[in-house]
Ligand binder design. Sequence first.
Ligand SMILES: [Zn+2]
Ligand SMILES: [Zn+2]
Length: 92
Amino acid sequence: MDECPCGNCGSERTRVSGWSVSPEMVYLECADCGHITAVIGPSVRRMVPTCPTCGKLVRLELVRVPASDGFVRAGDPCVRRATCEDGHVVWL
Ligand SMILES: [Zn+2]
Ligand SMILES: [Zn+2]
């Protein structure tokens, strides 16, 4: 994976703090100065999950699995649902 240095101090100790599906953009948070750098371009798709069907970026949501009686309670297990812009849904 390419290094994506901080746009403020140039540090390479960055981590993905979030992303946007449209436009395709990743937010990198710098561990040294706390600056948030927005990254747009082909490297975006290498840093965040993409749809296995169409290759676009996906939105991740945590979804609770209902118990056998159909009710959802705090503490129930969560699954991650990924939805892409075209509406493909993947369960991770
Ligand atoms: Zn920095
Ligand atoms: Zn898709």
